[in-house]
Design a protein around this ligand. Structure first.
Ligand code: A3P
Length: 275
């Protein structure tokens, strides 16, 4: 894989595969795909379509930065290369490894209401299990530990939503201004406003006109317009969420507050993600 095979030459002369100057590091089920696809509409942004899993997968990481770089899309000088891998957010070794690649890299974390994220995560795991004919459990049964009748913080979907716990690790390695937090709930309702904030963070001029995004009534989400037609995210994005026992949701809410509300306020700009 030297990147020089005839099938893999730059389509545009002068374009190059570069290491990403910006990485969307998570969190899973917060709108990472929508964010990446919307950003790809910007002429000065080039996105890697596939999740790279370079920094979180020891086997990939051992292949080295040249391997990683070779998997990046071709970009012109002046274009910013972005990749997204939601698992980076929770994988312990990742912040340090990214810092070792480029200590001034820009990082984007997209978060949404932590309880909604747990439900979304559950809905995805549920759908995948059904597809594989595996047995599934009710939300209430996986989120609540039957022995204590309390929230099971060992359940992976609950743990990922303890944003403070993960974020504090990132702030050990990166300065405050290097990490931009996108509001995933707002990305659903007002995508362009969130995109404008990202443009500012990346030091780019407005590059996505309003008419590129439109609300698709059938999908219930924003979709994109192209000259060739329209494009919505795939069917695995925007799943119907199950109805959840309100008592269980309330418990989840309280648990998340206990775990992070005061501490999230340390990062004043992200205090809005307190449950
Ligand atoms: P749900 O499927 O639970 O609704 P990720 O890409 O990180 O897996 O996030 C998936 C979530 O992105 C979806 O969760 C959905 O709510 C959200 N989302 C945000 N904007 C969207 C859009 N324009 N189209 C579809 N899903 C969108």
């Amino acid at each position: 894989e030297d990147g020089k095979s005839s099938a893999d030459r730059p389509l545009v002369p002068g374009s190059q595969k570069r290491l990403p100057q910006c990485i969307i590091v998570g969190a899973r089920k917060c709108g990472t795909r929508a964010l990446l696809e919307f950003l790809s509409l910007h002429p000065q942004i080039k996105v890697a379509d596939m999740e790279m899993h370079f920094f979180d997968d020891d086997e990939n990481y051992t292949k080295g930065l040249a391997w990683y770089q070779n998997r990046m899309p071709y970009a012109l000088p002046g274009q910013i290369t972005i990749e997204k891998t939601p698992r980076y957010f929770i994988a312990e070794k990742v912040p340090q490894r990214i810092q070792a690649m480029n200590s001034s890299v820009k990082l984007i974390v997209i978060l949404r209401n932590p309880s909604t994220r747990v439900v979304s995560d559950y809905a995805q795991v549920y759908a995948n299990k059904i597809a594989k004919n595996k047995t599934v459990s009710r939300f209430e049964d996986v989120v609540i530990d039957p022995r204590t009748n309390k929230v099971n913080t060992q359940y992976k979907a609950v743990r990922i939503s303890l944003y403070y716990y993960h974020l504090s690790r990132w702030y050990l390695y990166f300065r405050r201004h290097q990490i931009h937090i996108v509001d995933g709930d707002k990305l659903i309702t007002h995508p362009l406003e969130e995109i404008r904030e990202v443009e500012k963070f990346l030091g780019l001029p407005h590059g996505i006109s309003e008419d590129r995004l439109y609300f698709n009534e059938t999908r219930g989400f924003y979709c994109m317009k192209f000259q060739q037609g329209e494009h919505c995210l795939g069917a695995t994005k925007g799943r119907k969420h199950p109805d959840i026992d309100p008592d269980v949701l309330q418990k989840l809410h309280v648990e998340q507050s206990l775990n992070q509300s005061e501490r999230m306020a340390d990062f004043t700009d992200i205090a809005k993600f307190e449950p």
